[in-house]
Design a protein around this ligand. Structure first.
Ligand code: P53
Length: 489
């Protein structure tokens, strides 16, 4: 099996992915309102970003300028075309369209921007793949309504979705609703679940309950948007978007196995609702046990049934492990209190501690496909790394190539050996952008380097890395020609 390029269908969507707030900049131009990403300060590898109440003097907000894609997209799309991208995943910044979220009319200048962007992509033979809400909502919807824990946001989201799906019905075929909708259930132990829901917890809140209420509101909003989208254009392909971090049992102790499956429920919960259109029994049991009375109606349940997704988009970066063994230290988990999250001794990690695991991608593709039997779309994959421009001006990012090669090989095996239906692959941060987790510029994923540092200094000049020519060849060959050179991790 040295030839692998025959595994990928002819129309396989080789691409690249980004998100509006991490790339566009221009945070206050052409009528755009503040978004929740605009009040996130810069963090570092070790210190978290902060959420400020509005934009305050004396703070650095890396998303305000990002890499100024808003003004430079034509030049960047030229590079994407040269790279050979067939698809470009980005998001629409909701606050360009409805600056306050509840405005009576959409902002025409914002709508026009995405018209121009999508035209430019299509003119260059690149299919836009669009997420409706990628970790941001209009800031005013947080200020005035408290974010997605408030069910009024269902209607605001649906109106926004309907507006853009109508406007771009002849330009965009591939949509996703909420980015990594599940990761809020893993992060709410912090003081907020700002990612998807823009919720800051109040004194006395049961954080899990509040997060679940926001999640349900999103799932209902997503289903309604799917239904409306299909009515606007039956050819639309509308997916959900999951963060798949598989959780392995650390040991073959049966309790470790159980703990891993309990933790996987946190991911499957969202997928089960998106794909099957109903709330799974394990979730209802937990809510009952915990005394969570969540607010949803019979009509909502009908909406969930009527708005199931066409495909499953997901990100894959790493895996993790859990154990019940006493002699290991780790982060305790809530759904199975005797277990804790631990490092995997068989894996190496990047500088941010994300454990590199290409086999985990094949495992994930198999597990998700077997559970749902829906087409899968890998809409994020990659490794954040520090890059260095050498004296000859080159960036020799062989570590990036090694990571991506191993993951493409794993994807190939899932398709060619296991029979999984994969629609496309859009590695994350095709051009360097602001990191979501840390707000750093120097956690880089791109094939294209952007001259800007963590403090916001730099010319914003673009420069191809060595990985650029490598990925160009992968797309040209519709896969990796030679499997023998892949590291078998
Ligand atoms: P950064 C955590 C775990 C897995 C994926 O992340 C995650 C996160 C959040 O940090 O987010 C996705 O920039 C997300 C992107 C994000 C990308 O992964 O922290 O969809 O917005 O930039 C990479 O290195």
């Amino acid at each position: 099996m040295t030839q692998m390029n025959d595994a990928f269908p002819k129309d396989f969507l080789w691409g690249g992915a980004v998100a509006a707030h991490q790339i566009e900049g221009a945070y206050d131009v052409d009528g755009k309102g503040l978004s929740t990403a605009d009040v996130l300060t810069a963090g570092t590898q070790k210190t978290p970003r902060q959420i400020t109440q509005g934009v305050l003097q004396g703070h650095y907000y890396p998303n305000h300028e990002a890499i100024d894609f808003y003004h430079r997209y034509k030049e960047d799309i030229k590079l994407f075309k040269e790279l050979g991208l067939k698809a470009f995943r980005t998001s629409i910044n909701w606050s360009r369209i409805f600056p306050n979220g509840d405005d009576a009319e959409p902002n025409e200048a914002g709508l026009q921007f995405y018209d121009d962007l999508f035209d430019e992509l299509l003119k260059n033979g690149i299919e836009p793949v669009i997420t409706l809400s990628h970790f941001e909502i209009p800031y005013a919807l947080y200020e005035n309504y408290g974010g997605l824990k408030n069910r009024k946001l269902i209607d605001f989201f649906v109106r926004y979705a309907e507006t853009v799906m109508n406007r771009y019905k002849d330009k965009v075929t591939y949509w996703m609703t909420f980015n990594e909708i599940n990761n809020q259930l893993d992060t709410f132990d912090e003081l907020h679940t700002w990612t998807n829901s823009a919720v800051l917890f109040e004194e006395g809140d049961n954080k899990e309950k509040v997060t679940l209420q926001a999640s349900l509101n999103e799932l209902i909003a997503s289903a309604k948007a799917v239904k409306i989208g299909k009515a606007i254009n039956p050819d639309f392909q509308i997916g959900c978007m999951m963060a798949y971090v598989p959780v392995y049992p650390y040991a073959c102790h049966p309790k470790d196995m159980l703990a891993s499956s309990k933790m996987m429920e946190r991911r499957f919960f969202y997928n089960d609702v998106h794909v099957r259109g109903e709330i799974p029994s394990y979730a209802k049991k937990r809510w009952e046990r915990e005394g969570f009375e969540l607010d949803y109606t019979k009509e909502d349940l009908l909406s969930l049934k009527e708005g199931t997704v066409d495909y499953i988009g997901f990100s894959y970066y790493m895996s993790t492990a859990v154990t019940t063994l006493d002699d290991l230290d780790g982060q305790p988990i809530r759904d199975f209190p005797e277990a804790k999250v631990v490092g995997n001794p068989y894996l190496e990690a990047n500088d941010w501690g994300w454990q590199i695991d290409p086999n985990g991608l094949r495992y994930t593709l198999n597990t998700v496909y077997q559970r749902y039997n829906k087409p899968l779309f890998i809409v994020e994959n990659g490794m954040g790394a520090y890059d260095k421009i050498e004296d000859d001006g080159k960036i020799r990012d062989d570590y990036r190539v090694k990571y991506l090669k191993a993951h493409i090989k794993a994807m190939h095996e899932a398709i060619a050996i296991d029979g999984v239906d994969v629609m496309g692959y859009t590695p994350w941060g095709v051009i360097d952008i602001v990191s979501f987790g840390s707000g750093e510029m120097e956690k880089r994923y791109g094939f294209i380097y952007v001259d800007k540092d963590n403090q916001g200094k730099g010319t914003l000049e673009r420069r191809k890395k060595e990985s650029f020519a490598w990925y160009q060849k992968v797309i040209e060959d519709n896969g990796l020609k030679d499997l023998t050179s892949c590291a078998d991790e």
